[in-house]
Design a protein around this ligand. Structure first.
Ligand SMILES: CC[C@H](C(=O)O)C(=O)SCCNC(=O)CCNC(=O)[C@H](O)C(C)(C)COP(=O)(O)OP(=O)(O)OC[C@H]1O[C@@H](n2cnc3c(N)ncnc32)[C@H](O)[C@@H]1OP(=O)(O)O
Ligand SMILES: [Co+2]
Length: 134
């Protein structure tokens, strides 16, 4: 069911500073900032050729990552995103396996303009999983 690793997300306290570290320190190709108001974050993607790094910062205290940042003020690994061909089938399969698909269980449109869902970290060994339909 899962395909390529689309991205690894790192939550950061200061998006511009984190992007500069990747650009200046690691010579990374840093993309443009995107504000994803419906997701409560602003993001910058870094394309590594084989996958992407998603740097993300909470827009405000209502962000779904606000509590994560309160627990990890310096930032940290936040989620990994796998590609799937059929998100509806993935949701059905995960739900049947007892995993919690977050929100109302329906896909939202993610940063790449494609449908995504998230699965509770407690259902995957402490790792927040995002699935993106491609
Ligand atoms: C979609 C746009 C973009 C894209 O790629 O296209 C993005 O990726 S946007 C990314 C931001 N959006 C989301 O993360 C949406 C899904 N996340 C959530 O709904 C919440 O963050 C949630 C429910 C996973 C956690 O919310 P919160 O931290 O407020 O809940 P709790 O404090 O009750 O935590 C419960 C429990 O889970 C642990 N936790 C929380 N976040 C993570 C994480 N990222 N990785 C691992 N574990 C996590 C937290 O520590 C609690 O554990 P406990 O042992 O009970 O203390
Ligand atoms: Co993501």
């Amino acid at each position: 069911m899962i395909g390529r690793l689309n991205h690894i997300a790192i939550a950061v306290p200061d998006l511009a500073a984190a992007a500069a570290r990747y650009r200046e320190g690691l010579g990374a190709q840093v993309g443009q900032e995107q504000v994803l108001a419906e997701h409560g974050v602003r993001v910058i993607f870094i394309d590594t050729g084989n996958t992407k790094i998603e740097l993300l910062q909470a827009l405000d205290g209502n962000s779904p990552i606000a509590a994560f940042m309160a627990r990890n003020p310096g930032g940290g690994m936040h989620h990994i995103c796998f590609e799937v061909a059929d998100l509806a089938a993935a949701i059905k399969r995960l739900t049947a396996e007892g995993a919690r698909v977050l929100g109302d269980g329906n896909p939202k449109i993610g940063a790449h303009g494609r449908p995504v869902v998230f699965v509770h970290p407690k259902d995957f060994d402490g790792t927040l999983i995002e699935l993106e339909e491609v």
